[in-house]
Write a protein that binds this ligand. Sequence first.
Ligand SMILES: Cc1cc2nc3c(=O)[nH]c(=O)nc-3n(C[C@H](O)[C@H](O)[C@H](O)COP(=O)(O)O)c2cc1C
Length: 348
Amino acid sequence: MPNPERITIYYFTGTGNSAKVAEWFARVAECREIPSQSINIGKMDRLHIGKPANDALIIFVSPIHGFNYPPAMLHFIMRFPKGSNRIVLMNTRAGMKIGNFVTPGLTGIAFLLSGMILKLKGYHIQGMAPIDLPSNWLSLHPALNKPTVSWIHKKNKKRVCLLAEELLNGKRSFKNWYENIWDIPFAPVAILYYLFGRFLFAKTFYPSGACDNCGVCIEQCPVKAIKSVNNRPFWTYNCESCMHCMSQCPKKAIHTGHGYVAAILAFSSIIVWNLILDPVFDLEFILGPVAGFLLKTGVFFLILTLGYRLVHSLLPYKFVRILVECTSLTKYKFWGNRYKALKDSDFE
Ligand SMILES: Cc1cc2nc3c(=O)[nH]c(=O)nc-3n(C[C@H](O)[C@H](O)[C@H](O)COP(=O)(O)O)c2cc1C
């Protein structure tokens, strides 16, 4: 394949990993005097996407959320104008460190689905590359320690630079293709996460007593999912749990409400489903398993919506605030610091 005349990188990022990959790639292009343009899709009008130059190599970089690209990137790719350019699909996933290895995250159906959509639009896929940077999903697990984070950055910078050289030389790169063996079985989970899971996670964030309503989270949210309600940030169902707000809050005042989400889950499943819906109405017998499941899920989301509104409106009361904060793992030191990708000068 001929070398590209220029490159255009579209990236989405929550905590900076994907922005880093875009930056490293663009720097290699710059060294080879190939003009490059990096576009943060979280800061552009994603409903009106201009057609890229015909001679540009197009690169998409995004984190993986729930075994797929997050909706912001997936919907962007769906709306992307038709064309015949060469495309490279990249993602950043949850890397961990074991010994001298970075353990791989899971791409799920991100590459297959987006690759198929772009092929149908006329594009040629030149490469697909996952990059395992530190996991930022602090709602689920404690933060990695600083030496591990630095080590993973260093390893991956080298990898991205080598990969960029290869792709800019016109070579194809599908080295991780074999991962489909374990990625494809995650397709049902990816679909369930897209349809339901992400909405549950959207309602796990709340501001602690340290929040001074500075508005940084509202202004910077890449999917405009946070609004101000009663002078406090309020997370809507548009939230994609990208963790940008948590990582950028100057007061570290954004938490994941593990306690109240567990309470809502327990209330819905034990009391509403098991004690009322199942024995009294025997939903699955009357409606069948699929409609029964959908109705129960609908009831769960109704309880979640009302529960989140109620807890949010009661936050001015110290007792409620303390109860919610103390049952939130992100409040505690052992959970580690908020994650943000490092500057190159911090690990080189
Ligand atoms: C809501 C959420 C879901 C995630 N799901 C996955 C996943 O399915 N597979 C994976 O390998 N990593 C997963 N991760 C980890 C991120 O993809 C990873 O940390 C990524 O590098 C973050 O990139 P960013 O800093 O550009 O946002 C998830 C993170 C979040 C916040």
